[in-house]
Design a protein around this ligand. Sequence first.
Ligand code: KG4
Ligand code: ZN
Length: 334
Amino acid sequence: MYVLGIETSCDETGVAIYHAEKGLINHVLYSQIEMHSEYGGVVPELASRDHIRKLVPLIKQLMQESKLSAADINGIAYTAGPGLMGALLVGASTARSLAWAWNIPAIAVHHMEGHLLAPMLEENSPEFPFVALLISGGHTLLVQVNQIGAYQLLGESLDDAAGEAFDKTAKLLGLSYPGGPKLSKLAEQGHPQIKFPRPMTDRPGLDFSFSGLKTFALNTINASDKTAQNKADIAAAFQLAVAETLAIKCKRALQQTGLKRLVVAGGVSANSQIRALLMDMAIKEQAEIYFPRPEFCTDNGAMIAYAGCQRLMLGQQQGLDIFARPRWPMSELI
Ligand code: KG4
Ligand code: ZN
C-alpha cells in the first residue's frame, strides 16, 4: 500500500510517499523560511500563496523520482490541522481533489500526530506504549501514547510553546527568523553563567510555562552591555534552562507513568543540547529514548504519509469534504 503524504500547515511544503511494508520511498521538502525571514515571522497569506505555487510541482517531482504513477497510489494523507487556515486549505483541497480524481481514499492527519510518529520512520523505532515529548513552534505537549490514536495528555505549555520561546528570545538577541536554530548556534560560543529560572519545576505536575524565560532574557539583555559575548552567554543560559526544564518534566512523566520509553519529536527536538540532556536523563532512568533524524524533527511530508498509512490500515478515511481545522486538540483524536 502506497500512501502520498502532504504537509502544508505552516511554512514548509512537504510531500512524501510511504509504503506499508517497504517503508519511506521518497520525500521532498520546500521551505519558505527565506521568504518569511524578511518580515521576522510567518506571513499567513504569503504562506498560502507559496504552497499553491509549489505543491503540485513538488508532487509531480516526487512521483517522477519515485517512478510511481497515480495508479500505484492507494491513499492520500494530508495535514488537516492544527495550523494556519489558508495554508491547511491548500494541502487539504489539493489532497481531496487528487483523491477524488484518482478514486482513492483521503486521510486527514493531525499535524502533532505526524510529529509524534516521526521516530517510527527510523530503523530503530519505539514500541508502544511510550511517553512522548512534543516540542514544536506552536505546541509543547507531554503525551502518554498507548497505541495509534490512544493519546492521553499528561502536560502542556500554559503559555508560549518551547519553539516560540526560542524564536522570541532569538529576536530579542537580534537574530533573524526562525531564531531557534540560530540561537542554538550562538549558544555554542557562550557560557551559561547567568542562572535562568527552571519554570514550574518547583511544584508537582507536568505542565510547562516558557513565557517567563523570554521576559527574563529581555531583562538580562537590557541590564547587560550587549556585547557579542554577553549575547552568546545569554543564549547559552536560556537554552540550558529550557533543556533542563524539559529533562526534569520528562523524568517526572516517566516516573509517573511507570513507562521506560521516551519519544522526543517536533522542531525543537533537533536541538543538540536538548537531545544530549534528555539522553543523559534517560540513561539515569534506565529508559530507552527515541528521536527522529534531524530533518524529520521539523515539518515534513514523510511523517504525514506515515501517519496516514497507519490510519488507512486501521480502516479510517475521510469523506468528500475538505477537512481543515486550525485549532484541533489532540485529545479529540481517536
Ligand atoms: O515542528 P516545527 O517544524 O513546526 C511546528 O509545528 O511548529 O517546529 C518549528 C520550531 C521553530 O520554533 C524553530 O525555531 C524550532 O522549532 N527549532 C529549533 C531548532 N530547530 C528548529 N529550536 C531550537 N533549536 C533548534 N536546533
Ligand atoms: Zn510541526
